[in-house]
Design a protein around this ligand. Structure first.
Ligand code: UPG
Ligand code: MN
Length: 673
C-alpha cells in the first residue's frame, strides 16, 4: 500500500502545473479556489485523497486490463477536478494480507489484497456547453478509459448502486466469452434495492418489470438496458454492428436472412497497432455503419488519434478465446490480457484529459450514433435500443445472490417524480426517430413490439383516466355502463376477468414473484397512470410544440436520519401538482358512492343491482389508490391544507357540472310522486 502511495505522489508531481492544480476533485468552485490558494501558499498537492461518498464518478481498471468500470457522478456540485488519483498498476504477483491483530480483527493471510488501479475522473463542465447529464458523463468516461486502460468490457453502475456479489462479474463474462458471445453487446443484471419499507408501498422493487418483463425479453433479442448494473462490450458502444446478425423480413419478421457483417481478419498480435476494424459497409442505411474510412474519421469519434487507435485494439481484445482453436486463429492469445500494465506516462494522461474537455464532442457523432445517446431523459433505453437495432443481442443475468444493490425513493412525491421522468423519457422516445415503428429489420418483431410499448405506455393513461371516472359517472347519473345487466354483458365481463386472473397467475407462477408484489404493481400502475403519465404526455407535447427543455431532476436518495427511524422518508408529505388528479379521482368516487347509495335509498323504485355494479367499480378504483391515500396522510395524519382545497374544489366542480348537465333522475322521479 505504501508503495502505491509513493508512486502516486511521484506521478502527480511530474505532471504539468495546470493538471496538478486540477488533480483533486472539488465539489464546488469555492473548494477549487480554496485549493488553489492553498497551493499558491506552498501547500502539498498530494495530500491524502478524500472521495466524497455521494459524488463519485470513477473509472477503475482491474489489473489484467480486462475491465474498465464506470460509475456516474451525482452532479450535485460542480466537479472542477479532472484526475483525482493515479495509482500504479498493481503487481502481477498476488500479494497476501496480514494476520489478525488488535487493530485489524480480520485475518487476510489467504486473501489476495491487491487493489485494482483506480482513476477518479470528472469531466469538464462549463456554462454554455450542454454536459448532457448522465449520458455525457458516461461518454467522457468511455473515451478517457479507452486511452488509459482500454478494457474490452465495461461495467456501468449508478452512483446510488454498489456491488453486492463479487462473483457476479464473472457470471456476466461467461456470456460474453461463450461461443456466440461476440454478438452480445451487454449483459444486464436486475436492479435490486435496499432501504425500502417492508410493505413496498409504492412498488419500488419493481419486481413485475425486473422478474417478468425483462426475463421475457431475454427470450427474444435481449433485455433493455436500464442504466445501471450492466456489463458492456466496449466496441458495441462505438456504434458498430455485431460480427453477425439476422435480418427479419416479411410482416412479422418470419423470413430470416443471416448477415455476416464483420469478417475477422487473420492478425498476429504484433500487427495490432496497424490494425483497422474490418467493417462490411454493404448494409448502409441511415443509422448504420459507414465503411471503415468514415468510421475512423474525426467526424465520428473526434480528433484524438490516441482514442481512434484504441478502437481496433479493444475490438481485438474482446474477441473470443475459442477462436484460437478454430481455423483462423483470430482471437487474442490466451493470457494476453493478464500482461502487467505499464504505468501511465504524462503524455497518455494529457491525451486522456483532452478527450474529456467540454468541447471534445462538438461536431462529432458522440451521443448521436456513438456512445450513450443524448436527447432523452431515459438515455439508457435509447442506448440499448440503438444496439438492438444494429442486430446486437443482450443477455439478462439473474444471480442467486443479488449482483448489485441500490437505493430508490420511498417517499410518495419523489417516487411520482421518478415515474414522471421515466414516462417523459418514453414520450420523448415516442416522438423521436427512436420510435420502434422505425426499427430496422435486424430487430426481432416481438422485440419491436416491446420497445414500442416502452414508448407508448404513457399515452394509455388517458384510457385509464376514463376508467377511473366512469364508475363515478354511472353512480351520479344512475345509469349503468350498459342498459341493463344482461347475460351477454355478464358473460363478457366474466371472460375478461377470468382471462386477467389467469394472466396474473401465469406471470406469478412463471416468475416466482408474490401476489403481494403483483398487487402493489397494479396499484402503482394506476397511481402513476393517473398522475405522472398524463403529466409526462403533456410535458412531451410541450417539448415537441414549444421546444421546452425537460430537466433531469435527480431522484432523491433516501438517507437514514439520526433519530434512527429508517423509514422516516416514507412519511414525508411534499405537495406536488401530480397529486391533483388522483386526489380528484378519489374524492369523486367517494362522493359518487355516497350519492348513489342515497339516491337508491330514497328512490321509490330502488334498483339495487345497478347500485351494486356502480359501487363495485368505484370501490375497485379506490382500492388501487389506497397506497396513495396513505401516502398523503403522512405519519400523523397531517395533510397539507392545500391538498384539501384543491381536490375539494375540483371534485365539487365536477359534481356540480354533472348535476347541471343531467340532473339525477331520482329528483325527477320524486316530483311525480
Ligand atoms: O447529470 C447527471 C445526472 C445523473 N447522473 C447519474 O444518473 C444516475 C441516475 O439518476 P437517479 O437520480 O439515480 O435516477 P433513477 O430514477 O434512480 O435512475 C434510473 O433511471 C435512469 C433513467 O431515467 C437511469 O439512468 C438510471 O440508471 C436508473 O437507475 C445517477 O445515479 C447518477 O449516477 C449523472 O451522472 N449525471
Ligand atoms: Mn437511482
Amino acid at each position: 500500500m505504501k508503495r502505491g502511495y509513493d508512486e502516486f505522489k511521484v506521478r502527480i508531481n511530474s505532471l504539468p502545473e495546470s493538471i496538478r492544480i486540477r488533480s483533486q476533485a472539488y465539489n464546488s468552485n469555492e473548494d477549487l479556489r480554496a485549493k488553489r490558494q492553498q497551493m499558491e501558499n506552498g501547500g502539498n498537492p498530494s495530500e491524502p485523497l478524500k472521495v466524497p461518498k455521494a459524488t463519485w464518478m470513477s473509472d477503475g481498471v482491474h489489473w489484467p486490463g480486462t475491465w474498465s468500470s464506470a460509475g456516474t457522478d451525482h452532479s450535485r456540485g460542480d466537479h472542477a477536478g479532472i484526475i483525482q488519483a493515479m495509482l500504479a498498476p498493481p503487481n502481477s504477483e498476488p500479494v497476501m494480507g496480514t494476520e489478525a491483530d488488535e487493530e485489524n480483527p480480520i485475518d487476510t493471510t489467504e486473501v489476495d489484497i491487491r487493489l485494482p488501479m483506480l482513476v477518479y475522473v470528472s469531466r469538464e463542465k462549463r456554462p454554455g456547453y450542454d454536459h448532457n447529464k448522465k449520458a455525457g458523463a458516461m461518454n467522457a468516461l468511455v473515451r478517457t478509459s479507452a486511452i488509459m486502460s482500454n478494457g474490452p468490457f465495461i461495467l456501468n453502475l449508478d452512483c446510488d448502486h454498489y456491488i453486492y456479489n463479487s462473483l457476479a462479474l464473472r457470471e456476466g463474462m461467461c456470456f460474453m466469452l461463450d461461443r456466440g458471445g461476440d454478438r452480445i453487446c451487454y449483459v444486464q443484471f436486475p436492479q435490486r434495492f435496499e432501504g425500502i419499507d417492508l410493505n413496498d408501498r409504492y412498488a419500488n422493487h419493481n419486481t413485475v418489470f425486473f422478474d417478468v418483463s425483462m426475463r421475457a425479453l431475454d427470450g427474444l433479442q435481449g433485455p433493455m438496458y436500464v442504466g445501471t448494473g450492466c456489463i458492456f462490450r466496449r466496441i458495441a458502444l462505438y456504434g458498430v454492428s455485431p460480427p453477425r446478425a439476422t435480418e427479419h423480413l416479411g410482416w412479422f419478421g418470419r423470413r430470416k436472412m443471416k448477415l455476416c457483417l464483420r469478417i475477422p481478419r487473420k492478425v498476429a498480435k504484433k500487427e495490432i497497432d496497424e490494425m483497422i476494424l474490418p467493417i462490411n459497409g454493404e448494409h448502409n442505411d441511415g443509422d448504420d455503419d459507414g465503411d471503415i474510412e468514415s468510421l475512423l474519421l474525426p467526424k465520428r469519434f473526434g480528433n484524438s488519434t490516441a482514442f481512434v487507435a484504441s478502437i481496433p485494439v479493444a475490438e481485438y481484445q474482446g474477441r473470443l478465446l475459442q477462436d484460437l482453436q478454430g481455423k483462423g486463429s483470430q482471437g487474442r492469445p490466451a493470457g494476453s490480457l493478464a500482461v502487467p500494465r505499464e504505468p501511465l506516462d504524462a503524455a497518455t494522461v494529457a491525451d486522456a484529459i483532452s478527450v474529456i474537455s467540454c468541447f471534445y464532442e462538438d461536431q462529432t457523432e458522440w451521443g448521436r450514433r456513438v456512445g450513450w445517446i443524448y436527447g432523452s431523459v431515459t438515455e439508457d433505453v435509447v442506448t440499448g435500443y440503438r444496439m438492438h437495432n444494429r442486430g446486437w443481442r443482450s443477455v439478462y443475468c439473474v444471480t442467486k445472490r443479488d449482483a448489485f444493490r441500490g437505493t430508490a425513493p420511498i417517499n410518495l412525491t419523489d417516487r411520482l417524480h421518478q415515474v414522471l421522468r421515466w414516462a417523459t423519457g418514453s414520450v420523448e422516445i415516442f416522438f423521436s426517430s427512436n420510435n420502434a415503428l422505425f426499427a430496422s429489420q435486424r430487430m426481432k418483431f416481438l422485440q419491436k413490439v416491446a420497445y414500442f410499448n416502452v414508448g407508448i405506455y404513457p399515452f394509455t393513461s388517458f384510457f385509464l383516466l376514463a376508467y377511473c371516472f366512469l364508475p363515478a359517472i354511472c353512480l351520479f347519473s344512475g345509469q349503468f355502463i350498459v342498459e341493463s345487466l344482461s347475460v351477454t354483458f355478464l358473460t363478457f365481463l366474466l371472460v375478461i376477468t377470468v382471462t386477467l386472473c389467469m394472466l396474473a397467475i401465469l406471470e406469478i407462477r412463471w416468475s416466482g414473484i408474490t401476489l403481494h408484489e403483483w398487487w402493489r404493481n397494479e396499484q402503482f400502475w394506476l397511481i402513476g397512470g393517473t398522475s405522472a403519465h398524463p403529466a409526462a404526455v403533456l410535458q412531451g407535447l410541450l417539448k415537441l410544440i414549444a421546444g421546452a427543455e425537460i430537466s433531469f431532476t435527480l431522484t432523491s436518495k433516501s438517507s437514514t436520519p439520526d433519530d434512527g427511524d429508517e423509514f422516516a422518508e416514507l412519511y414525508v408529505v411534499k405537495w406536488s401538482f401530480l397529486m391533483v388528479l388522483p386526489i380528484t379521482i378519489m374524492m369523486v368516487n367517494t362522493i359518487a358512492i355516497a350519492v348513489g347509495i342515497a339516491r337508491t335509498m330514497y328512490s321509490p323504485f330502488p334498483q339495487w343491482s345497478k347500485l351494486l355494479g356502480g359501487v363495485f367499480f368505484s370501490f375497485w378504483v379506490l382500492c388501487h389508490l389506497y397506497p396513495f391515500a396513505k401516502g398523503l396522510m403522512g405519519k400523523r395524519g397531517k395533510v397539507p391544507t392545500i391538498v384539501f382545497i384543491w381536490s375539494g374544489l375540483l371534485s365539487l366542480i365536477i359534481s356540480l357540472l354533472w348535476v347541471y348537465i343531467s340532473p339525477p333522475s331520482g329528483r325527477a322521479g320524486m316530483s311525480y310522486s
